[in-house]
Ligand binder design. Structure first.
Ligand code: NZQ
Ligand code: ZN
Length: 386
């Protein structure tokens, strides 16, 4: 196992009827900016619950942070923060609202002239404006991590940011919120969280038994829960397991002390930037070709995954590893997610070159756990996913 440090300061408040507790978590007398997305919270009762628990605070609202949070819209919120001297933010939504709030947390205290530099120059945020979250969509893990992904439509860019200052102070995880989520977004949550585990697991063996077993447990939980939560999102038991699995998949725990490979995500973000494909679906498009292309360096872990997660006990390491890849694709398809780029766009020709050159322009020329995946490899992997 590699050396590591681990600190996760986010307080998780999990369970039914917990939204009302947020008033106890926000410093008294704070001027609060409550941020939300396209309006689902106004249709499912979450808005009323949040506003009623904020009644003793001076609250300003900012809605309209849509999927793949847009820089131009966030700049309007930044003006509001400065104008009103906001001292605490509350993000109520899915990964997009949470990530948008993280950008604002960083930008509000940023001393430079151009907040876009935080993303292009990859400036880590060591201190941000404090914020809490009420998660409405299990998927990204943003509620308990310090990363964010921001989109700029003008330049078709989708870039990552982060830093120790961007953990939420608290996150409320009430599984009842899952009941109103459309099946497309539930499937996205399952595929995104599943791939988060894969990206921190599918590398090479390093005898990190705890990390492996926790990762395998999260994947097994997602596989086991998928049919129930897809069939009935108001199934509280399934929703609770789905929600906690998504958080555990990307709160930093399973990646400590082990090699990681975020290549599927880095390539996937480009597919969203180019075609607007849902984040999770870009991962399902790329996973199979990534694992096939890098088969030799990943086959031991692929075989372990096939054995322990999918109960494949017969065959050589290679045969098990191949079966593991097939099972992964079949899992995505079983929840209604198409796994080829051509299922999403007719204009896919040239995509592979475009993705490779976009990553190269940003200096992302050594991807993978061995830092051996070059732009030429990226091109081949994306082409295999057509
Ligand atoms: O905007 P509203 O009207 O609220 O509707 C949203 C949105 O249309 C809807 N929704 C959310 N909760 C709902 C609900 N509808 C009904 N009932 C509810 N309870 O779902 C739609 C999608 O929401 P979004 O927040 O975009 O989804 P998700 O949580 O999948 O977030 C995706 C974003 O997170 C980034 C992705 O790249 C993408 O931009 N990621 C963030 C990560 C992180 N911070 O750690 C890691 C991930 O790998 C990912 O990259
Ligand atoms: Zn993801």
């Amino acid at each position: 196992m590699n050396n590591f440090e681990y600190k996760n300061p986010t307080k998780i408040i999990f369970g039914t009827d917990q939204i009302k507790t947020i008033a106890n978590e926000i410093p008294k007398g704070s001027k609060v900016l409550m941020l939300y997305g396209g309006g689902s919270i106004k249709r499912n009762g979450i808005y009323e619950q949040v506003m009623s628990s904020l009644k003793e605070f001076d609250v300003i609202e900012f809605g309209g942070i849509q999927a793949n949070p847009e820089y131009a819209i966030l700049l309007d919120a930044l003006d509001l923060i400065k104008l009103n001297k906001i001292d605490f933010m509350l993000a109520v939504g899915g990964g997009s609202v949470l990530d948008g709030t993280k950008f604002l947390s960083s930008a509000a205290l940023y001393k430079g002239d151009n907040p876009w530099d935080i993303l292009t120059k990859r400036i880590p945020t060591l201190k941000g404006l404090p914020f809490g979250t009420v998660l409405t969509l299990p998927a990204t893990g943003s509620e308990m991590n310090s990363g964010a992904v921001i989109t700029r439509a003008e330049t078709k860019q989708k870039l990552t940011m982060g830093g120790a200052g961007l953990f939420p102070v608290f996150s409320v995880l009430d599984p009842n919120v899952v009941s109103s989520i459309p099946s497309r977004q539930i499937a996205n949550g399952l595929a995104d969280s599943f791939t988060h585990v894969l990206e921190q697991y599918m590398t090479y063996p390093i005898d990190a038994k705890i990390q492996d077993r926790i990762a395998e447990g999260i994947m097994q939980t997602l596989i086991e829960t998928a049919p129930s939560i897809m069939a009935d999102p108001s199934d509280y038991k399934a929703a609770a397991n789905f929600m906690w699995a998504c958080t555990m998949a990307l709160n930093g725990l399973i990646q400590k002390g082990v090699p990681t490979d975020w290549a599927i995500h880095m390539m996937g973000h480009e597919l969203t930037a180019l075609y607007g494909i849902d984040h999770a679906r870009t991962l399902a498009i790329l996973a199979e070709s990534h694992y096939q292309y890098n088969f030799d360096t990943k086959k031991e872990k692929l075989a372990q995954y096939a054995e322990r997660v999918w109960n494949i006990s017969e065959g050589t390491i290679e045969e098990k590893a191949k079966a593991g890849i097939q099972k992964t694709t079949a899992f995505f398809q079983s929840i209604g997610i198409d796994t080829k780029l051509s299922d999403y766009t007719k204009n896919y020709k040239g995509t592979a070159k475009e993705v490779a050159s976009r990553l190269e322009e940003r200096g992302l020329i050594k991807l993978g756990e061995h830092r051996s995946i070059t732009p030429t490899d990226v091109e081949k992997i994306v082409e295999m996913a057509y």
